[in-house]
Design a protein around this ligand. Structure first.
Ligand code: HEC
Ligand code: HEC
Length: 197
């Protein structure tokens, strides 16, 4: 009786092991090629002036695009602020000029609520696809977010949303917030591969 029991248990364990193996084989494998093409879409957005001009490492937002002529440092010596908040220096806060909606005048200040500069570790301006990819995966530099949380920020945040509704004269970022969210989710599911530097 005992021998039969042992035999049965062994058979059950072997059976479990076999079905676990089978499951592993049928689970979707990380697909680097598919992941890299999703990442390329994401980088096209992140590196666009409507996003990258607020994601700088030197505390100075940029003006760029056809509407601005050459890319240059934001006029009026605007800076993220000595206190590191991104909201500007005392006396010249971003919200002195940037209101809760876009100016309807060409070259008027664009705006949504809470306009401020991204922290310097979230730098995209002038950075390669490999560099931005490494940054966005690094919790020490992405605001301690999981990749799901990064995607949700892109879909729901008001400053990000402005990139597709930037006011007169400015070219919007490519695609849409939803399309960029979808690309981020697919990239993460494919193992979040980064291009080689
Ligand atoms: C003295 C007023 C003023 C202040 C203060 C100011 N801005 Fe601006 N900003 C403007 C104006 C005006 C424009 C639009 C210029 C144009 O369209 O030619 C602008 C445009 C921008 C743009 C759009 C650039 C682009 O390429 O899409 C960004 C980004 C920006 N500002 C960021 C900031 C940030 C961040 C702060 C605070 C740290 C700030 N600004 C503070 C006046 C200001
Ligand atoms: C007006 C300035 C501004 C603009 C324009 C802007 N951002 Fe940001 N972004 C910020 C700030 C500030 C933070 C930090 C907020 C936080 O961590 O909660 C941030 C953080 C982020 C993050 C969090 C993770 C990380 O590592 O960067 C993502 C993702 C992001 N922005 C995407 C975008 C995209 C996509 C666009 C363009 C469609 C964009 N942003 C345009 C200011 C801006």
């Amino acid at each position: 009786m005992r021998a039969v029991f042992t035999l049965l248990t062994t058979a059950a364990i072997v059976g479990l092991a076999v079905s676990a193996l089978a499951q592993e084989a049928s689970a979707p494998a990380a697909d680097p090629a598919a992941g890299l093409s999703e990442w390329a879409r994401v980088y096209e957005v992140f590196s666009h002036p409507r996003c990258a001009n607020c994601h700088v490492e030197d505390n100075h937002p940029r003006w760029s695009g056809a509407h601005y002529g050459v890319t240059r440092v934001h006029a009026f010596n605007v800076q993220g602020g000595a206190d590191g908040s991104g909201f500007g220096n005392p006396g010249l806060h971003c919200t002195t000029c940037h209101f809760n909606s876009n100016s309807s005048v060409l070259h008027g200040p664009p705006g949504v609520a809470g306009w401020h500069l991204a922290p310097p570790e979230m730098v995209w301006f002038g950075k390669s696809s490999a560099e931005v990819c490494a940054q966005i995966k690094d919790p020490a530099r992405n605001g301690n977010r999981t990749l799901d949380e990064v995607a949700i920020h892109v879909r729901d945040d008001a400053l990000v949303g402005w990139g597709w509704d930037p006011g007169p004269g400015r070219e919007p970022a490519p695609g849409s917030a939803q399309a960029t969210f979808d690309a981020l989710v697919k990239w993460a599911a494919a193992g979040a591969p980064c291009p080689s530097p």
